[in-house]
Design a protein. Sequence first.
Length: 340
Amino acid sequence: MTSKSADQTSAWMTAAPGQPLTLGRATLNALGPMDVELEVIACGLCHSDLHLVDDDWGISEYPLVPGHEVVGRIVAAGNAVSGLAIGQRVGVGWLCGACLDCRSCDAGEDNLCARPERTCVANVGGFASRIRVDSRFSHPIPEGLGDLQAAPLLCAGVTVYSPLTRLLPRAGRDVGVVGIGGLGHLAVQYASRMGHQVTAIVRGPGREKDAKALGAQFFLDNTDAGQMAAAEAGFDLLLVTVSADLDWPVYMRLLRPNGTLCLVGMPAATITVEIDNLVGEQKILTGSSIGSREMIREMLAYSAANEIYPWVVQMPMEQVNEALQILANGEARYRIVLTA
Ligand SMILES: [Zn+2]
Ligand SMILES: [Zn+2]
């Protein structure tokens, strides 16, 4: 039996688009038979949280509690939960549930579910003391990953790990990572550990030292037209992790024939490419959306085994508004994690 007060949690929330978060009481959804309740230990900050707070995508529901890179400990479980134990440490990403009955879910691509349940839309997200999620979307965290290390992997990590493994099944390719931020600094690490030659492509020279420390062999300043022209036809994959509207024809020219430009950021842009890129050179323009449950678990195991860790700035949950501002200013190096 759960009392009414047990369905409430303290949480940082906003009542309307664009407002600062305030500490209040949020009501958790009822604990279903397949659900677990987590006590939140840490939660990463993602650009999508900013978009949700501002309702940029028209999917936000208020009061809104953001946070979808959640590491927590199981404190309660529905009676049909199996394979997880009270006290176990688990992580939750962008999705906290899916229909598990559509074509995508049947194919093991629950990240493409037609009826997704998002962790911080119509659910209390991770900027709270407790959350409730479908147990099948709470992922055990390997021993080798600390709480702060694991949190950013649950959204940022899988978002870049998934396209790198899906689009580049063989090692030894030339990969360009566009943008060194929350996503890009993990993409460089994964791509280089997977055995590819990695070039960081960044606006201005400021992040070259960090890019090389993360494992990039080469560095391209995209404000330098000469450098960009010299790099034409040099890449098998360009992973675009920024949300800026880029000079897309220039980036398509950086690809070799059969090369792929894959977006994981969400530029508010319409992309126009010359048809000869697609037909004459068989280049592919695509995107990638987080990753399936299976991909998340594979990514966590890979990260622990290969010691791939995000560069984390730890802040207390009480400083969530300052943290969101740092993220909005592009000043986070490279992932802020809030701790309870
Ligand atoms: Zn995210
Ligand atoms: Zn589905």
